[in-house]
Design a protein around this ligand. Structure first.
Ligand SMILES: Cc1ncc(COP(=O)(O)O)c(C=O)c1O
Length: 406
């Protein structure tokens, strides 16, 4: 695990390309595959806890009748349960006819953008942001416009920066709590966007898969903003909150007219969401989220441990995330200390120290070269051990560099 100099591994990853014409792989998959045995992985984007026992039991006892197709928009009883669950959670009125079940939030975002992007209309995505939006927006024929916010702005976006250049047929994709930064959306931002969307005729797709991972402040949903209800698609998932990423189940809430059109995408792209997963999801909703407060306090402890450890590494600048389970520090000073050109090179080198972090350029074309993303979906001891390895590697490499007189 000892490395005395920075060597670039043979690993070659696709960079976040602008204007490419086909879908790209999320680089995290490749990075995770290359990690050696015993590596501490800050790369993983899924929770490590088990779902409630009842949900596992529902999966264990799936009968033959549960292995048939379901309606393309999902089991009616699940759509109804989701409508009730979300109505209660956000104090709003969601009708079952406004809900569609999808194979993960991934398919929900895909279907929404394919439906909503008109011709070569603009699609605004956040920078930094989850790479999929950019990719799918281009696939849907849209012209991607990046709304940038950096660490100096605490990763806060103004309505103007998001909607300033949007018009009829355009779409703004929002993701709060944000991956990779962990910032939240203030209610005011959503309200302003609601007013602008109604006036200018664009839609908002709001990916809220991290809605329950909030440590400070509160999550504001597009569902709570009346001006946005008619012009937005809310996207949720069973992957993060319920620890059920492998089930592949997500859902949308959208105006009925959009849900009806989404049915055609469902029929032609995936037929119907997986039926055993839908039965398990019904059990999950029935069980409720009472148990989640324990998960949340554990994830808060992990976030705090990671921030504490990273603050000891010279050359790392931190934004304190308020939600999701990622930290997205700027490592400009560290790159300088090590004489390394980009965070990608740094991330590749850290693999040799037995640590996986993801290069920030997968999430930001503008400043990503100076950032890395670390997930804290791993135990506190592993978090401390991982950052200890980073520190040891960095100190040794910086020292070797000084000795060489570089
Ligand atoms: C912001 C965001 N949206 C969507 C997804 C994918 O969700 P799902 O597993 O429901 O497809 C992820 C997974 O990492 C994510 O980070």
């Amino acid at each position: 695990m000892r490395a005395t100099r920075l060597a670039v591994s043979p690993l070659r990853l696709p960079r976040r390309r602008r204007g490419a014409d086909f879908l790209e792989m999320d680089p995290s998959f490749e990075f995770l595959e290359k990690a050696g045995k015993g590596a501490v992985s800050f790369g993983i984007g899924q929770p490590d806890f088990s779902p409630p026992g009842e949900v596992l039991e529902a999966l264990r006892t799936v009968g033959a009748e549960a292995l048939k197709y379901t309606p393309p928009l999902g089991l009616p009883e699940l759509r109804e349960a989701l409508a009730g669950y979300l109505s209660e959670k956000y104090g709003v009125d969601v009708k079952p006819s406004e809900v569609a079940v999808t194979p993960g939030a991934t398919a929900a975002v895909f279907a929404s953008l394919v439906l909503l992007v008109r011709g070569r209309a603009r699609v605004v995505v956040q920078d930094p942001g989850f790479p999929m939006y950019d990719d799918v927006a281009r696939f849907a024929g849209g012209r991607v416009v990046y709304a940038y916010s950096g660490i100096e702005e605490s990763f806060e976006w103004s309505a103007e920066s998001i909607a300033g250049r949007l018009g009829e047929g355009g779409v703004a994709v929002l993701n709060f709590p944000n991956n990779p930064t962990g910032s939240l959306a203030p209610r005011g931002l959503l309200e302003e966007l609601g007013g602008l969307a109604a006036r200018k005729g664009f839609y908002v797709v709001s990916d809220e898969v991290y809605e329950d991972f909030v440590y400070e402040g509160s999550h504001e949903s597009v569902l709570q903003v009346p001006e946005l209800r008619e012009r937005s698609v809310y996207v949720g998932s069973f992957s993060k909150t319920w620890g059920l990423a492998g089930l592949r189940l997500g859902y949308v809430v959208a105006p009925r007219r959009l849900v009806e059109r989404l049915e055609a995408v469902a029929v032609n792209v995936y037929g119907s969401p997986p039926s055993p997963a839908q039965l398990a999801a019904l059990r999950a909703l029935d069980h409720g989220l009472g148990w989640f407060s324990g998960v949340l306090s554990e994830y808060r402890r992990r976030r705090d441990a990671l921030l504490e450890e990273l603050s000891k590494v010279e050359g790392v600048e931190l934004y304190r995330p308020r939600g999701a389970f990622y930290v997205y520090p700027r490592v400009r000073g560290l790159l300088k200390r090590l004489g390394v050109g980009s965070s990608r090179e740094l991330a590749e080198s850290l693999l040799q120290a037995g640590v996986v972090v993801l290069p920030g350029d997968a999430y930001s074309g503008r400043a990503g070269r100076e950032h890395v993303r670390l997930s804290y979906a791993l135990p506190v001891e592993s978090i401390r051990e991982g950052v200890r390895r980073i520190r040891a590697f960095v100190e040794e490499a910086a020292c070797a560099r000084r000795k060489r007189g570089a």
